[in-house]
Design a protein around this ligand. Structure first.
Ligand code: AP5
Ligand code: MG
Length: 206
């Protein structure tokens, strides 16, 4: 099964991806996480993308596409993949179609008005990469899943969120039509509780 999770920033891609990987045992590939790991480790790639990521804009297509192709060539992707945050524009979608096209694209549809609250209150685990919200976990700095330290992402602030939403609306949302035309798009209501969104996804995946 080759799955793409599509959705605005804060729509719940990472949250649902963790649940999907657990149930279906697919490799979870998040380009955002790959970039953040590289920034943390100060690799040449990390140095290259740090500024653009902090601003909420997209990293260069050629770089991103190469990273994804390389990752999809690994042994664990032989049985499928779950891409979270890729593709993010038509250039990336066309490159993926040429390389290893998806079977299904799950679009997590969420009210734009909810996004800022979700993102500003997010706490991310530095170790297991889990995504939590202060609404549910309060002000703790300890990951409820693995006990490591929770951090606030550099791009999780009100100003950068607005830029990320603009980027989503201008560059990523056209993918909804692109995959609808291919008969691969399934939309789920991302405004519901986390478990209810997941139930809808499970139904879609059959
Ligand atoms: P990326 O890491 O992909 O960030 P994003 O797309 O902005 O999405 P987020 O991770 O912010 O949100 P999410 O949908 O995963 O939501 P989550 O589950 O965490 O990309 C970051 C940057 O990397 C980009 O800006 C770009 O610079 C670069 N990049 C990445 N991929 C790229 C590409 N392909 N090309 C070029 N550049 C690229 O949930 C959010 C919050 O809401 C959490 O607090 C969570 O607990 C809560 N929540 C989740 N679901 C629910 C629910 N149902 N109800 C209530 N709260 C919920
Ligand atoms: Mg995410």
């Amino acid at each position: 099964m080759k799955i793409i999770l599509l959705g605005a920033p804060g729509s719940g891609k990472g949250t649902q991806a963790s649940l999907i990987t657990e149930k279906y045992n697919l490799p979870h590939i998040s380009t955002g996480e790959i970039f953040r790991e590289n920034i943390k480790n100060q690799t040449p790639l990390g140095v290259k993308v740090k500024e653009v990521m902090d601003s909420g804009n997209l990293c260069p297509d050629d770089l991103t596409i190469e990273i994804v192709k390389d990752r999809l060539s690994k042994e664990d992707c032989k049985g499928g993949y779950m891409l979270d945050g890729f593709p993010r524009n038509l250039t990336q979608a066309k490159a993926l179609d040429e390389f290893l096209a998806p079977d299904i694209v799950i679009n997590i549809d969420v009210d734009i008005k909810k996004i800022e609250h979700r993102i500003v209150g997010r706490r991310s685990c530095s170790k297991c990469k889990g995504s939590f919200h202060t609404d549910f976990i309060g002000n703790t700095e300890i990951c409820p899943d693995c006990g490591a330290k929770l951090v606030i992402r550099k791009d999780d602030n009100a100003q950068t969120v607005r830029e990320r939403i603009n980027v989503y609306q201008n560059q990523t949302s056209p993918l909804i039509d692109y995959y609808t035309a291919q008969n691969k798009l399934c939309s789920v209501n991302g405004n519901q509780e986390i478990d209810d969104v997941f139930s809808e996804i499970v139904k879609v995946l059959g």
